[in-house]
Design a protein around this ligand. Structure first.
Ligand code: ZN
Length: 315
């Protein structure tokens, strides 16, 4: 994997160097069906496990970068976003001239699916309040709230590792998933404890869910101005929110009178099937630039090249 600088307005683009440099933009219309991790697909070409790197980008304020891969899966590294953060810190970030554009959440919404839910509320900053409830003696109910600004992401979120149980592992391997998983790149849960302690945070599990959420919502293509509040959600629910916003744009095109004022009609047609809960998001989201009393942050990422290696598969 290699990260390269990109001009402002590029966004985040993945490039498969093993497939003649085929490029897949990290945007909602390329979201693929999600299993345990978030994947992008374009014209049958897949990029898997994008959430930890995209999370690091959002957490560090990187808007523009090209990520080259010679494989379909991003390296899992230690199971957190910390190694990506350190790579980026080593080479540095450059501010770009063009002001950042945000997605402002215009009104409250909540979506429920049995005992899971995800809610978003209007706000002038990006914050998360995540709740989980895992039937495991070390986890149970955990809640974590955080503003993602002022270095909070780097201090409280980036180092939280992914987790899984031995019980799930074989089933996932049988599906061709977690090929590179090992005790070095995830917290391994046993029936009443963990195999590879100590934890980096007492509530590392819920913090990792925040990390995943931030990475998944990065597929909206912009930073959010809003408060998100998921409960027992996961990658599928996070990306359903992203896909629903994509469907919202499509409804806007079909019914021009319902179009929100700032949506661009130049958006290419989405390829996703209609999201069942798209109604919730209609008129919820609009794009905006940095004007009036909205933030006028001029930060956009511009990375000198940085390189890291894949962990050997099947350890
Ligand atoms: Zn994760």
């Amino acid at each position: 994997m290699r990260m390269l600088p990109a001009p402002s307005g590029t966004g985040i683009i993945f490039r498969r160097t093993d497939l003649d440099g085929f490029e897949i933009e990290a945007i909602s219309r390329n979201v693929a069906r999600v299993s345990y991790a978030t994947s992008l697909m374009k014209k049958g070409v897949l990029i898997s496990t994008t959430e930890h790197l995209l999370s690091a980008f959002i957490g560090m304020g990187i808007d523009n970068a090209i990520v080259e891969l010679d494989n379909l899966e991003l390296p899992i590294l230690d199971g957190s976003a910390q190694p990506f953060v350190e790579m980026i810190q080593r080479v540095g970030i450059r501010k770009q001239r063009r002001p950042r554009k945000y997605l402002r959440i215009c009104r409250e919404l909540e979506w429920r699916d049995s005992n899971k839910s995800i809610a978003v509320y209007p706000s002038d900053s990006y914050s998360v309040a995540y709740s989980i409830n895992f039937p495991h003696p070390l986890i149970g109910k955990e809640t974590f709230q955080c503003e993602l600004s002022n270095g909070n992401y780097l201090r409280h979120i980036a180092a939280a590792r992914t987790f899984g149980s031995r019980a799930d592992e074989q089933a996932m391997r049988n599906m061709g998933l977690i090929r590179g998983a090992s005790r070095e790149n995830c917290i391994v849960l046993t029936r009443d404890g963990i195999e590879n302690g100590p934890l980096r945070f007492r509530d590392e599990f819920v913090r990792h869910k925040v990390l995943d959420l931030v990475g998944d919502l990065a597929l909206l293509g912009r930073q959010i101005l809003g408060k998100t509040a998921p409960a027992r959600a996961g990658n599928a629910m996070h990306t359903a929110l992203v896909s629903a916003s994509c469907a919202t744009k499509r409804s806007g095109k079909r019914f021009p009178s319902r179009k929100t004022p700032n949506q661009s009609s130049r958006d290419p047609p989405p390829t996703l099937p209609p999201a069942p809960h798209s109604k919730f998001l209609r008129k919820l989201i609009h794009k905006e630039g940095g004007t009036g009393n909205r933030p006028r942050t001029r930060v956009s990422g511009f990375l000198p090249a940085a390189v890291c290696g894949f962990p050997p598969a099947g350890r």
